[in-house]
Design a protein around this ligand. Structure first.
Ligand SMILES: [Zn+2]
Length: 454
């Protein structure tokens, strides 16, 4: 009788709610997540703001302007390099721009401040990038002299990158992570364009870019919402450079919601929420917001998986504004408008995703769904990944992910230690993907199978 009541209650719950989720954290990552500090982030943002303006064309002086802010950021990275046992190196990737007739009207020294945490596995050439933009602006995008604190836009993203470097450089990861404070975002995504082209020219095995831009404030005055429990991840459904034959494939199999950046967004949601309490990662099914651009876009258009991470409720009186008070409203991007515990959670979410990716094996290869005959079950097969499958770094197994075709994220996860699996669910009714899993339980990005027609 007692059991009957209990199952009755469980049945009631299962009708109204989604299935239970098992939270299974890698203790090493959980410890790093706990090390992300709101005080430390406040200190990074306050230091960045202290340079008065970080406008791309601000003049180079020792204490004011972008050049000084870049040197300070480089100094932080160099300081963290000392604790890394030689794994972290820091440099400014610099070049000179001529006036472009758009948002650069003088010869300008550009520079992305980069810290590279070299992976420890020589067989693993994967690279994971995390970015924020170091430059700031006021109402007139060409105004290089006025105070432009840029505390949230994008002191928040830059501080997150610095904090991630501080925490993550203490421990080894098999794959490489690059922390970058990108320049020239407000003048037309110039630093990100430079870096994305470099990644393409140098054939980086770049599996993910997390672009953090405006992520440290929780309040929108026009809707009177204050909420520090949700953050948005923007992603494009399709890669930007689909060829005609790939496009035909996408149309035939309904894969318009399964491009690389969308997969990365799903992964960000699942892994971010696994490690960070009181934070919901809200997937937005578009590359960016109305009227705005971001540093992930030059990567997306070159075919790299890239997403934008941005706070839930933006305050437009605090972005791209001359410092002033007008009709009782205080305009300007000040430190005092920020919520550093919210920034801590968003930074920790980045950490969880980057660490889980860098510890995971690379993606399984040649993932195929058997499509030669009409059947109501689904057979998938694949080959072991290239990296993460050596004598000292073994693969534990694979997850086969499954979701209904109209569902936004993966609903079921089947574990196997083989390189194939047959499931009693029809491939006509579900989407599938396969991830490789490390011995510590870190999973790779998922691979959507190709139909095996022969
Ligand atoms: Zn920005």
């Amino acid at each position: 009788m007692k059991n009957c009541t209990l199952s009755g209650i469980l049945l009631l719950f299962s009708l109204g709610l989604q299935a239970q989720t098992t939270v299974n954290r890698d203790p090493a990552i959980a410890q790093l997540v706990a090390d992300v500090s709101a005080d430390s982030l406040r200190s990074h943002v306050t230091n960045l703001v202290s340079f008065g303006t970080r406008h791309t064309m601000s003049s180079a002086t020792p204490k004011r302007g972008l050049s000084a802010a870049r040197q300070w950021t480089l100094g932080k990275f160099q300081h963290y390099a000392k604790q890394s046992g030689g794994r972290l190196t820091a440099q400014i990737d610099s070049w000179t721009l001529q006036p472009d007739g758009r948002r650069i009207d003088a010869v300008t020294q550009m520079g992305n401040v980069m810290a590279t945490l070299k992976g420890t596995d020589p067989n693993d050439d994967r690279i994971f990038l995390v970015s924020g933009h170091i430059d700031s602006r006021v109402s007139d995008v060409m105004n290089r002299t006025a105070d432009a604190p840029g505390a949230n836009d994008d002191g928040s993203g830059t501080a997150a990158v610095i904090e991630l470097c501080r925490v993550m450089s203490k421990v080894p990861f098999p794959a490489t992570i690059i922390f970058v404070a990108v320049c020239g975002e407000e003048q037309g995504l110039l630093g990100a364009n430079h870096l994305a082209q470099r990644a393409k020219d140098e054939k980086w095995n770049l599996e993910a870019l997390l672009n953090n831009d405006i992520m440290g404030s929780n309040h929108s005055p026009d809707t009177h919402i204050t909420d520090n429990t949700r953050v948005r991840v923007f992603s494009e459904g399709l890669p930007g450079y689909q060829t005609d034959s790939l496009a035909a494939n996408i149309r035939q199999y309904g894969l318009e919601n399964d491009g690389k950046s969308r997969q990365l967004a799903r992964y960000t949601k699942e892994v971010g929420e696994r490690y960070v309490d009181q934070l919901e990662v809200v997937m937005v099914y578009r590359n960016d917001r109305f009227l705005r651009g971001g540093d992930h876009t030059p990567f997306v258009t070159r075919g790299f998986p890239a997403v934008r991470i941005t706070e839930m409720n933006e305050n437009f009186a605090h972005q791209h504004q001359d410092l002033r008070t007008q009709d009782g409203v205080e305009y300007g991007d000040y430190v005092k408008f920020m919520d550093f515990d919210y920034l801590r959670k968003n930074t920790a979410m980045n950490l969880a995703v980057l660490a889980n990716l860098a510890k995971a094996p690379s993606m399984p290869q040649n993932v195929t769904v058997e499509a030669r005959s009409l059947t109501n079950s689904t057979s998938l097969f694949w080959q072991a990944p290239k990296a993460g499958n050596s004598a000292n770094r073994k693969i534990k197994g694979y997850y086969v992910l499954m979701r209904e075709t109209h569902w936004p994220f993966w609903q079921k996860k089947f574990y196997t230690e083989k390189v194939g699996l047959t499931l009693p669910y029809s491939k006509d009714n579900y989407f599938f993907a396969v991830q490789a899993v490390s011995e510590d339980g870190n999973e790779s990005l998922p691979v959507v199978p190709r139909p095996g027609l022969r």
